[in-house]
Design a protein around this ligand. Structure first.
Ligand SMILES: Cc1cc2nc3c(=O)[nH]c(=O)nc-3n(C[C@H](O)[C@H](O)[C@H](O)COP(=O)(O)O)c2cc1C
Length: 333
């Protein structure tokens, strides 16, 4: 039985917490018990309006577990056995849920290090496409069989339009907007600015722009929408069209979102390894109209489903690596 000291567990969790989570809600908690690590989920840290089936919540746990697996590997350990609780419909008022139990084993060969420290969402625009970036995209496409790269400029522009339509579809729901705004941290004076959610830096917005975004998505939205100004204010087309590629991340139909989440994190790390930054555009995968249109246009096989869509490229600016994360002590159950 592999034994871990409290300090070992803390350093594992410190690396695992760099995994992405939807809206940076960080729902995963960890407990070490009799040679196993238990992954727990906090239903209070959820977005039931944007994620009514709790798919992104579960996907975020899968990414967190993959983060743990990477952290274990860098210490000569591995997951010997994974016991997964089946997905079920939850309510935000429910107590902490057991998600998975991991039994550890040692491993002799250290796998190559993963760029977990430098991977971060990039929500700015991208540099023009160079030959070098073309090669990065070729390598990325060759590395994975669960991504499809949309590289044609017209198809990227069409996806940018579709993404804005999808975004607006969800933003027109007041409860959805309220939930999003609750996870936004426009000012550095916000108590949770460096802890969770989407802060101004992460959104690539100056403080005043982030404050404005809060107003546009908050009390002003309906009025602006009535006079046709909401769409131009929230649209991201100008940024999306600068992307060198759109990534369609597709997984087997019916796959547990936890399993998809593990692959999602690895796919993002593969992008990072090629020097490609970007961010998911979930609305495209969440809105059935957009998901179906993309699957049809780009010939996603019938037994696969689009789980996420990214825009990627070489960042036109300097990404910040100061991940807003909860302190490790708060992540230990
Ligand atoms: C399931 C899932 C969906 C996400 N959807 C979006 C999205 O639609 N737009 C976006 O900008 N970021 C999206 N993200 C990225 C998260 O907001 C991001 O991972 C989180 O804020 C942590 O920041 P980091 O990626 O820089 O570590 C998503 C992440 C996950 C795991």
């Amino acid at each position: 039985m592999i034994d871990l000291t409290p300090d070992d567990l803390k350093s594992l969790v410190a690396q695992a917490r760099l995994a992405p989570s939807v809206h940076n809600i960080q729902p995963s908690r960890w407990r070490f018990k009799y040679g196993t690590i238990e992954l727990l989920g906090d239903p209070r840290r959820s977005i039931p309006m944007a994620d009514p089936e709790w798919r992104d919540w579960r996907l975020s746990h899968g990414a967190a577990l993959e983060g743990l697996s990477i952290a274990l590997a860098s210490r000569g350990l591995q997951i010997a056995k994974l016991d997964l609780e089946p997905p079920r419909q939850l309510r935000a008022t429910e107590p902490m849920q057991s998600i998975a139990r991991v039994t550890l084993a040692s491993q002799n060969q250290l796998p190559p290090a993963e760029p977990t420290a430098t991977r971060a969402s990039w929500r700015g625009s991208f540099k023009p496409l160079h030959t070098e970036t073309q090669s990065d995209l070729d390598r990325l496409a060759a590395a994975r069989n669960d991504i499809l790269l949309v590289r044609d400029a017209d198809a990227i522009a069409d996806t940018a339009d579709l993404a804005d339509r999808a975004g607006l579809f969800f933003l027109r729901d007041a409860e959805h907007r309220r939930e999003l705004v609750a996870w936004m941290r426009p000012a550095s004076s916000h108590a949770d600015y460096h802890r969770d959610g989407l802060n101004a830096e992460a959104m690539c917005l100056a403080a005043v722009e982030a404050w404005g975004a809060g107003l546009v998505l908050g009390p002003l939205f309906q009025t602006l929408d009535r006079i046709g100004l909401a769409a131009p204010l929230v649209c991201e087309r100008a940024k999306t069209v600068t992307a060198s590629a759109i990534v369609l991340f597709h997984r087997p139909k019916g796959e547990d979102a936890f399993v998809s989440g593990r692959a999602f994190y690895r796919a993002w790390l593969d992008m990072e390894r090629q020097g490609l930054k970007g961010c998911p555009m979930s609305a495209l995968a969440d809105w059935p109209v957009a998901r179906a249109a993309l699957a049809e246009r780009h010939c996603v096989p019938a037994d696969r489903q689009i789980v996420s869509v990214f825009r990627i490229g070489r960042p036109n600016g300097t990404p910040k690596f100061a991940h807003a994360r909860l302190p490790v002590d708060e992540l230990l159950a």
